[in-house]
Design a protein around this ligand. Structure first.
Ligand SMILES: CC(C)(COP(=O)(O)OP(=O)(O)OC[C@H]1O[C@@H](n2cnc3c(N)ncnc32)[C@H](O)[C@@H]1OP(=O)(O)O)[C@@H](O)C(=O)NCCC(=O)NCCS
Length: 179
């Protein structure tokens, strides 16, 4: 528990036609555990798979600390009028000059193929460009992650020509605010 007198900015809850994007709490640990341990969801993600419920709790604590320190934003996705987490979208690695940030996202398998992530990411892009005033959003993904490539291309992200010298299987996409 934070016992300091720090004043944190309010968390930006976002809404779309079908979804609410909100801050995570420890009560979401079970869904977060599935997101971070399911082999299908994690197939192309370069991260340690969660092996215990405790991992999910620690992850939520870490995420909320990063939000409070203004280092990143991490939204849990819920279907409107339910409070259950079905996925997540985050922006992180925000450059000091607000020139760019990275985006990441993931969805429980039984909620995929319904346009839910497109709806959520569109809202986060709008928030990132128009409220956070960040000029460019980047995504880095595995070259075989076709569903993620489809999503980015639908949202008008352009494939980067720069190559990742340390891992040639990772490709980059970017979207620049044209306004
Ligand atoms: C990447 C990921 C989020 C994409 O999820 P998704 O459900 O395919 O994404 P979308 O929200 O764009 O849905 C697209 C599909 O929904 C379909 N769809 C159904 N109803 C729809 C509607 N009302 N509106 C829009 N699309 C709809 C679309 O036709 C599309 O299917 P298609 O690609 O076969 O044409 C998901 O595959 C995932 O969680 N992967 C694991 C984590 C991961 O790899 N994250 C990326 C890290 S870079």
């Amino acid at each position: 528990m934070d016992t300091s007198n720090k004043v944190y900015p309010p968390f930006p809850i976002l809404s779309t036609k079908r979804l609410t994007l909100r801050r995570l709490s420890i009560d979401d640990a079970q869904k977060v555990f599935i997101l971070r341990s399911d082999s299908e969801i994690n197939k192309y993600l370069d991260r340690q798979i969660s092996t215990s419920f405790e991992d999910a709790i620690n992850f939520i604590r870490q995420v909320n600390e990063n939000i409070d320190e203004n280092n990143a934003l991490y939204w849990g996705i819920t279907i409107l009028d339910t409070n259950k987490i079905i996925g997540a979208v985050s922006i992180f690695n925000v450059s000091i000059d607000n020139e760019k940030c990275e985006i990441g996202y993931e969805l429980l398998t039984n909620f995929q193929n319904q346009g839910i992530m497109k709806e959520a990411v569109e809202k986060v892009i709008d928030y990132t460009f128009h409220t956070k005033k960040i000029k460019r959003i980047e995504a880095f993904l595995h070259i075989k992650n076709q569903r993620s490539i489809n999503l980015l291309e639908k949202l008008c992200f352009k494939k980067s020509t720069e190559r990742n010298e340390t891992n040639t299987e990772i490709i980059g996409y970017q979207l620049t605010n044209s306004n």
